[in-house]
Design a protein around this ligand. Structure first.
Ligand SMILES: Nc1ncnc2c1ncn2[C@@H]1O[C@H](COP(=O)(O)OP(=O)(O)O)[C@@H](O)[C@H]1O
Ligand SMILES: [Mg+2]
Length: 229
C-alpha cells in the first residue's frame, strides 16, 4: 500500500509574526519495499516530515494518503489506530522502558495490538532473533550497549509486522561502526521482508547505501537522488 504526500505544508505558528515552515510543498510517494532517507541539517524539517507521515501532526494544507485513505481527515483516535496497525517507530534515543527487559519492551506494543499470548511469544522471539539478540531477552536496557538497545527498539518496531518503519536519526547516538551495522540490519530487513523504511539522518557516510535520498532544506525537498543499490 502506498503512502502519498501531496503538496503538504506544515506551518508552525508561535506568534502572529513568527511563522516557520516545518514542511513546504512536500511531495513524496512511498511504495512498498522502498528504502528512503531524508537528509538535511538540523532544523531542516526531517522530523516534521516523519511526524506528518506518522499522522502525529496534521498538515496546515495539502494531503496525506495511505492506500487511498486520507489520513488528514481521520479523527485523532483513527489516526492513533492507523499508526498502530501499519507503522513501527525507531528513535535516536531508543525510547526503551527502563523497568522492562528487552523481551518485555518488544512485547509491550503487541499487547496494545491485542494479539494472543501464543502469538505474542512467537513474534517477540522472532523479532529478537532478527536483530541478533535472541539470547539477551532477559537483560534490562541499562545492561545493553547503545547499539544493542537500538536493536531492541528495531525488534519492537518490526514485531507487529508493520508496512512501514519510520526512524528519526536512528544512528545519531552511535559510533560509526555501530551505525553501519544498524543500516545493514535495515537493509537486510528491507530485502528479506520487503519492509518499507523511511528514516532521517545527517550522516553522509550512510547515504550511498540508500536507494532513494531526499535532501531537505528549509522544509523543502531540494534534491532527490537515486542510488543503484
Ligand atoms: N513544535 C514546533 N513549534 C514551532 N516550531 C517548530 C516545532 N517543531 C519544529 N519547529 C521548527 O520547524 C523547523 C523544522 O524542524 P524539524 O522538523 O525538527 O527539523 P529537523 O528534524 O530536520 O531538525 C525548525 O525551524 C524548527 O525550529
Ligand atoms: Mg529532527
Amino acid at each position: 500500500m502506498q503512502f502519498e504526500l501531496n503538496h503538504v505544508n506544515k506551518i508552525y505558528v508561535s506568534s502572529e509574526e513568527n511563522k516557520v515552515f516545518g514542511a513546504k510543498d512536500v511531495n513524496i510517494n512511498i511504495h512498498e519495499g522502498d528504502f528512503l532517507a531524508l537528509v538535511g541539517p538540523s532544523g531542516s524539517g526531517k522530523t516534521t516530515i516523519l511526524n506528518l507521515i506518522a499522522g502525529l501532526i496534521i498538515p496546515t494544507s495539502g494531503h496525506l494518503k495511505h492506500g487511498g485513505k486520507d489520513i488528514t481527515s481521520m479523527s485523532l483516535e483513527e489516526r492513533t489506530q492507523h499508526r498502530l496497525d501499519y507503522m513501527g517507530f525507531v528513535f535516536q534515543d531508543y525510547q526503551l522502558l527502563p523497568i522492562l527487559t528487552a523481551w518485555e519492551n518488544v512485547e509491550f506494543p503487541l499487547q496494545l495490538k491485542g494479539f494472543s499470548k501464543k502469538e505474542i511469544h512467537e513474534r517477540v522471539d522472532w523479532a529478537l532473533a532478527q536483530v541478533g539478540l535472541e539470547k539477551m531477552g532477559n537483560r534490562f536496557p541499562k545492561q545493553l550497549s547503545g547499539g544493542q538497545q537500538q536493536r531492541v527498539s528495531i525488534a519492537r518496531a518490526i514485531a507487529g509486522r508493520p508496512q512501514l518503519i519510520l526512524a528519526d536519526e536512528p544512528t545519531a547516538n552511535l559510533d560509526s561502526k555501530t551505525a553501519q551495522e544498524i543500516i545493514e540490519l535495515f537493509l537486510r530487513l528491507n530485502r528479506e521482508f520487503k519492509l518499507t523504511f523511511v528514516f532521517s539522518t545527517h550522516d553522509q557516510r550512510l547515504i550511498d547505501q540508500v536507494r532513494t535520498v531526499l535532501y531537505i532544506k528549509d522544509g523543502q525537498i531540494s534534491e532527490a537522488r537515486k542510488n543503484n543499490v
